[in-house]
Design a binder for this molecule. Structure first.
Ligand SMILES: Nc1ncnc2c1ncn2[C@@H]1O[C@H](COP(=O)(O)OP(=O)(O)OP(=O)(O)O)[C@@H](O)[C@H]1O
Ligand SMILES: [Mg+2]
Length: 359
């Protein structure tokens, strides 16, 4: 089921009459059968968007469609959605079976059919052995699977997940996210997965939507958005360690950082912001380039060595010294205090104008 939003806007008014545009003229098409990661920093409007799709909040402007059907004025219980929140919200006094069955009783589904569907869904989420347990006898990951089963048993048209992994520890988080991916693939249900964790969104989603201040910045396949960020915000939000940012300039078709040449361009002379991914540096052992720095710190973890380098001329006192990170092959024998020469890998450097748009 395709979800389509046009011109969707939600304004909250706080007590001091200040308006917050939590969702600001959003046009978004979520393709049928896909898992979409809705991603952005805290307060950017992810949950609000999800609750508008669910019908739990009322928009100030705009329309929402499920396929060809407009659902803008449809109450939540008639939209055919399954919702899962961060806190599992299970009924503690009920068994897993009763928890999953509960929505079907509400829908007055015939008893035999309801029991059949409960067992089927329990198998899908891998809980068939645990149907008689109470929530407190389950791990966090298992409890969240019950919540997902309960959302799916109604055969919803869309599945909406709001930070479903936030309460789990690191290992369970990874495991449960793989599980969600598998369940989504098997059911082919159109799913919106909200998270502020870029790595989580990148790993689980068919496509990601990056949001900032209620406005959609970019949508696309995770690797595409990573490789071709539309602006500085998206470039900085995706990737760990973060992309390195330099003040730079273009002069006579050359890209310069601290007057050192890092590349060529067809662009006219101007000041630019330059982003280089940490994995975008190649150590130039022949010292052909003149793009070089003195190394301040070296961290070697397994295959990779991370060089941490202060950007000369950018230091503004001890606390906000500007540094950058270059991840290079650990075969290079490089030490603190050495002068290291770099080349930049094609496609790993981006130029941004004063407004932050990619050039
Ligand atoms: N009921 C409300 N009343 C007033 N303002 C609200 C309300 N709900 C959300 N907001 C504001 O709307 C903006 C978007 O909030 P939202 O909950 O959608 O963000 P979010 O992206 O889900 O953030 P988080 O990652 O912290 O969950 C924020 O500025 C928030 O303070
Ligand atoms: Mg939220």
């Amino acid at each position: 089921m395709e979800i389509r939003m046009t011109n969707l806007t939600k304004i909250f008014t706080s007590k001091n009459k200040k308006e917050v545009r939590a969702v600001d003229h959003v046009d978004l098409k979520i393709p049928s059968g896909k898992l979409i990661g809705l991603l952005g920093p805290s307060g950017c409007g992810k949950s609000t968007t999800l609750y508008l799709i669910a019908g739990l909040l009322r928009q100030n402007e705009g329309e929402i469609f499920f396929g060809d059907e407009e659902v803008t004025e449809t109450p939540p219980e008639k939209r055919g959605i399954g919702l899962v929140f961060q806190n599992y919200a299970l009924y503690p006094h009920m068994t897993v079976r009763e928890n999953i069955l509960f929505p079907l009783q509400n829908l007055k589904v015939e008893k035999e059919e309801a029991i059949r569907r409960t067992v089927e869904i329990a198998e899908l989420v891998g809980l068939q052995e645990m149907l008689d347990r109470k929530p407190k006898e389950l791990s966090g990951g298992q409890q969240q699977r019950v919540a997902i089963a309960r959302a799916l048993v109604k055969k919803p048209r869309v599945l909406l997940l709001d930070e479903p992994l936030s309460n789990l520890d690191a290992r369970l988080r990874l495991q449960t996210r793989e599980e969600i991916k598998r369940i989504q693939r098997e059911t082919q249900i159109t799913t919106v997965f909200v998270t502020h964790d870029q790595e989580e969104a990148m790993s689980i989603s068919d496509e990601i939507v990056v949001m900032k201040d209620g406005v959609i910045q970019q949508m696309g396949e995770p690797q595409y958005v990573y490789n071709f960020p539309i602006n500085l915000f998206v470039a900085k939000f995706l990737g760990s360690p973060q992309i390195n940012i330099f003040d730079g300039e273009i002069k006579n078709k050359e890209i310069l950082i601290n007057s050192m040449k890092v590349g060529d361009t067809k662009l006219e002379d101007q000041k630019v912001t330059i982003g280089i991914r940490p994995e975008g540096f190649i150590v130039d052992t022949k010292k052909e380039s003149n793009f070089h720095f003195v190394i301040d710190l070296v961290e070697t973890i397994g295959r990779d060595t991370t060089l941490i380098i202060e950007i000369p001329g950018n230091e503004g006192g001890l606390l906000d010294k500007k540094t950058f990170k270059a991840i290079v092959d650990s075969d290079y024998k490089i030490g603190v205090g050495h002068d290291v020469y770099f080349k930049v890998k094609p496609g790993k450097m981006y130029l941004f104008d004063a407004s932050g748009s990619v050039l």
